[in-house]
Write a new protein. Structure first.
Length: 319
């Protein structure tokens, strides 16, 4: 059943029709096909007198019919001359509104017009009709933004959880524990904890407080590099995407500087540049390379591993 707006001297008139297999060549056996564009999916077929009526004509005819069949006009009134009751007016009003929503959309209207011209292609009409009805109406950009934000939040809390676990581990590593204990003693934090706990707390409570002091010093006073360093909000996916143009421009400027200084001018590499070349040869990320001990990096420099031949020989010997 399709609702149509046809123009005339007396104004637009609601015409109700239903598309069924008998409307054209028989499409073959299948499920009940008579309800595809019927009932709740009724369509305002025309505004004015032509099938090619524009949106303005459709909207004008829709407003006129909507006023005529609006349920508020029939509330508490007996049936009109045309036999209109509150219930029938309400049904027609919903039909008109749904039909208008269908015809004002270019893609849906194109599908409906094609169905009228080719009623035998039922399964194709069925697919297009329900694919549009069931398709999500959410803007794809909003979906992408929400997904990126969700991933970023998960990243941030996951990194903080891993960071706290790393601090607990570093508190057991002699190198960091001794360093943190020395700083705590210099600042009088450990002695203060012991004096504060005398005659009031057990040794276990005092030990737990000292442990927290050491962990706090490792977090805030000791320079931790590599995979154990404190998470930064600028490292999450959202900020990486937002700052991607800046990072790209920065890399291009750095690359041009490198070519100019070392390829064109022929300057000698500094220590930072040598370590960068070695890291590239080793195929390590910056955080992985930073986690190496300083004496390891000094050994790399002593062996002049920034020279390709020396690195390849050293790698062969290690293998």
């Amino acid at each position: 059943m399709a609702a149509a707006l046809c123009g005339g001297a007396a104004g637009p008139v609601l015409v109700v029709a239903c598309w069924r297999p008998g409307a054209g060549p028989q499409p073959g056996p299948g499920p009940d096909r008579g309800r595809l564009y019927c009932g709740p999916a009724g369509v305002l077929r025309r505004a004015g007198v032509s099938r090619a009526a524009g949106k303005a004509e459709i909207a004008r005819a829709y407003r006129q019919l909507a006023r005529q069949y609006h349920p508020d006009r029939h509330r508490g009134e007996p049936a009109g001359p045309g036999g209109e009751t509150l219930q029938t007016a309400h049904e027609k009003f919903l039909l008109i509104a749904t039909a208008y929503e269908t015809l004002k959309d270019e893609e849906t209207r194109k599908d409906y017009d094609y169905m009228l011209d080719h009623p035998e292609e039922y399964y194709s009409h069925y697919y297009h009709y329900y694919s549009r009805r069931l398709a999500p109406k959410v803007d794809v950009r909003i979906v992408i933004l929400v997904t990126v934000c969700a991933i970023s939040v998960f990243q941030f809390f996951s990194w903080w959880s891993s960071y706290n676990e790393a601090i607990n581990y570093l508190a057991t590593v002699p190198k960091y524990r001794i360093q943190a204990s020395e700083i705590a003693k210099q600042q009088g934090l450990l002695n203060r904890a012991k004096e504060k706990g005398k005659n009031r707390r057990s040794k276990e409570e005092i030990r737990e407080e000292e442990e927290e002091i050491i962990k706090d010093i490792i977090k805030n006073k000791i320079d931790i590099k590599g995979g154990y360093q404190k998470p930064k909000i600028y490292d999450i996916l959202l900020f990486q995407i937002l700052l991607a143009p800046f990072y790209l421009c920065k890399y291009i400027a750095w690359y041009c500087w490198w070519i100019y200084c070392f390829n064109i001018k022929g300057r000698e590499y500094g220590e930072e540049e040598k370590l960068y070349i070695i890291r590239r040869y080793m195929k390590m990320s910056q955080s992985q390379f930073d986690s190496l001990e300083d004496n390891q990096k000094e050994t790399f420099l002593e062996r002049q591993l920034w020279i390709r031949e020396n690195y390849e020989v050293s790698s062969f010997v290690m293998l």
